[in-house]
Design a protein around this ligand. Structure first.
Ligand SMILES: Nc1ncnc2c1ncn2[C@@H]1O[C@H](COP(=O)(O)OP(=O)(O)O)[C@@H](O)[C@H]1O
Ligand SMILES: [Mg+2]
Length: 313
């Protein structure tokens, strides 16, 4: 057991009769970027708040940096950095004052804060903005500042709860470069997201649905192990009509719309190609192309979630 791993066993949180997190278990290795994926309401924030020592589990538990979250929540809090879903920055303080404030919250001395501040400004590319009022920064800059504040005290484990929601794609990309930089320095990062393209940057992922883990693995493993059937991407001018027709067919295992395309998971590629072409032609729809694609994490996630809701029904 090292100072920057996370070991979770049977972690559960109930609110009254409702189970928000249901017996989840997983391990996070030192220095990895671990993705926590799930739709809104899946239980991500509740799980993170327990792992940060902020919310007591109903049952089960975890060791975070070697500390038991139920027995030593104060030690857990001191050992980690946490960026909550709503960045808790003070809009009416300057960038520099927010950094000072978080330094003090994390128990740093003024001397230590001074030494670390320039690093935080550099790593977040906020140098020169120290005197800017935080409220005047755009979402992407606030997000970088929030991360800078969360890692000021050099925690070895950092929890980021949907750090990139409400941020444009370019800033999101730059934010991930920052996350990578920390990971290369050996910091363990657990990050939640509902952007599936972001999950591709994680070393390992768990997918959660209604409080339970439905899949685990690296992005490559998830695509290989959970989606074994071919996926055809169908481009048709009348995409919604085409979907209505195709999803009724027994050979279409899973059908979903991706912008102006359909993704259809099928047991047999050659046979499905012929059937799709025939079906659309019979109904006067205009087929532009059919192509076999490598599944994205989004395909895997949709497939697994549909499978879960079929089970529940
Ligand atoms: N304090 C609470 N009391 C009751 N229900 C809660 C509480 N906190 C969260 N929940 C419920 O638990 C579920 C999971 O919420 P949350 O962990 O915030 O999901 P996520 O972060 O994945 O969107 C939701 O249905 C939410 O309404
Ligand atoms: Mg959340």
């Amino acid at each position: 057991m090292s100072g920057n791993t996370i070991e979770v066993h049977g972690l559960t949180k109930r609110f009254g009769d409702f189970t928000a997190v249901d017996r989840i278990s997983f391990d996070v290795r030192q220095g990895e970027i671990f993705g926590f994926l799930g739709a809104n309401g899946a239980g991500k924030s509740t799980a993170i708040r327990m792992l940060c020592g902020l919310l007591e589990p109903t049952s089960g538990g975890a060791l975070v940096g070697g500390f038991d979250i139920s027995r030593d929540p104060e030690k857990v809090k001191a050992a980690i950095g946490y960026m909550s879903q709503r960045f808790s920055l003070y809009e009416d303080l300057t960038v520099g004052e927010n950094i000072d404030f978080y330094g003090r919250v994390y128990g740093m001395t003024w001397q230590a804060i001074r030494e670390r501040k320039q690093w935080a400004l550099d790593v977040t590319s906020l140098s020169g903005r120290e005197r800017s009022l935080t409220g005047t920064l755009s979402g992407g800059w606030k997000q970088r500042l929030a991360l800078g504040c969360a890692v000021l005290h050099q925690p070895k484990i950092v929890f980021l709860d949907e750090p990139t929601s409400g941020v444009d794609p370019i800033m999101r990309r730059r934010f991930w470069e920052l996350i990578n930089k920390l990971s290369l320095e050996g910091v363990t990062i657990l990050v939640t997201t509902h952007f599936l393209e972001e999950a591709e940057y994680c070393n390992d992922i768990i997918m959660i649905n209604a409080g339970t883990i439905i899949a685990t693995g690296s992005p490559g493993e998830l695509k290989k192990n959970y989606l074994t059937t071919p996926i055809l991407e169908v481009q048709c001018a009348e995409v919604i009509d085409a979907m209505a027709l195709i999803e009724k067919e027994p050979w279409a295992l899973e059908t979903s719309v991706f912008g102006s395309y359909l993704h259809v998971s099928v047991p047999d590629e050659a046979e499905a190609r012929t059937r799709i072409a025939e079906l659309l032609a019979t109904h006067g729809l205009h087929l532009n192309s059919i192509e076999r694609i490598t599944p994205s994490l989004e395909d895997v996630f949709i497939y697994l979630q549909d499978r879960e809701s079929t089970k529940a029904a």
